[in-house]
Ligand binder design. Structure first.
Ligand SMILES: [Zn+2]
Ligand SMILES: [Zn+2]
Length: 111
């Protein structure tokens, strides 16, 4: 896993695209976490705090997003072998006071 990530990072462009700013909005179930995707979508993930192992949400461009504890690891495990993805992980403050991992898998031929 780590070896695979290192390979992805070493062959990525010097400054790969990543979301500059996640918008977090409290919901009854948890939070909506959104970002402006490079494809033009307002993409995001609806976090339900009662869901133990939610599936990633996809954007039309192929990006996949997951929010929660160890989201980066869980997203990496769930990815298909192709295309190659790079995974951007950021710690984002949630409305209830904790920070959670926001993981975004970007197809390597994009951005
Ligand atoms: Zn899109
Ligand atoms: Zn997109």
């Amino acid at each position: 896993m780590l070896e695979r990530l290192r390979n992805i990072f070493s062959s990525a462009p010097a400054e790969p695209w990543r979301p500059s700013d996640y918008r977090v909005e409290a919901t009854e179930a948890g939070a909506n976490v959104n970002y402006d995707c490079y494809c033009g979508c307002d993409a995001g993930f609806a976090l339900d705090r009662s869901a133990a192992d939610p599936a990633a949400e996809s954007c039309c461009c192929g990006n996949r997003m997951l929010v929660g504890e160890h989201a980066g690891t869980r997203l990496g495990v769930a990815l298909p072998g192709t295309p190659a993805f790079r995974i951007d992980v950021q710690q984002v403050p949630m409305p209830w006071g904790d920070s959670l991992e926001v993981a975004l898998a970007v197809p390597q031929d994009a951005g």
